[in-house]
Design a protein. Structure first.
Length: 116
C-alpha cells in the first residue's frame, strides 16, 4: 500500500525558509517521478515541482529560483527546500506519486503559512 507522509511545515515570516520532507513507502521509490503540489485556500491545486528518476527537475514559474526539489532513493524521501518565502506561498503542500495512468496518490499534506 502506497504511503506518503509529509513533514516540515509551519509558520514562517516573509523572506524566510522552510524545508519540507516526504517519506514514501509501499512502492519501488526509485522507479517513479515524484511531485510536490500545493493548494491555497480558495484555489485549485497547483503543481509546484517534480523530480524524475534521473534527478531532472521542473518547477512552476511562481517558485523558480526560490524552491529546490531533491530526492534520496536510499531513504525513499523527497525534500522541498523553500527560500525567500512569500505570503502567496501559504498553502497545504502535498507530495504525490503516479503509479499508473489512472492512479495518483497523495499524502495528508503539511501546512505552510507565510505571515508576519
Amino acid at each position: 500500500q502506497v504511503r506518503l507522509v509529509e513533514s516540515g511545515g509551519g509558520l514562517v515570516q516573509p523572506g524566510g525558509s522552510l524545508r519540507l520532507s516526504c517519506a514514501a513507502s509501499g512502492f519501488t521509490f526509485s522507479r517513479y517521478v515524484m511531485k510536490w503540489y500545493r493548494r491555497a485556500p480558495g484555489k485549485e491545486r497547483e503543481l509546484v515541482a517534480n523530480i524524475t528518476t534521473t534527478g531532472r527537475t521542473n518547477y512552476a514559474d511562481s517558485v523558480k529560483g526560490r524552491f529546490t526539489i531533491s530526492r534520496d532513493d536510499a531513504k525513499n524521501t523527497i525534500d522541498l527546500q523553500m527560500n525567500s518565502l512569500k505570503p502567496e506561498d501559504t498553502a497545504v503542500y502535498y507530495c504525490s506519486v503516479r503509479l499508473s495512468s489512472y492512479s495518483e496518490s497523495f499524502g495528508q499534506g503539511t501546512q505552510v503559512t507565510v505571515s508576519s
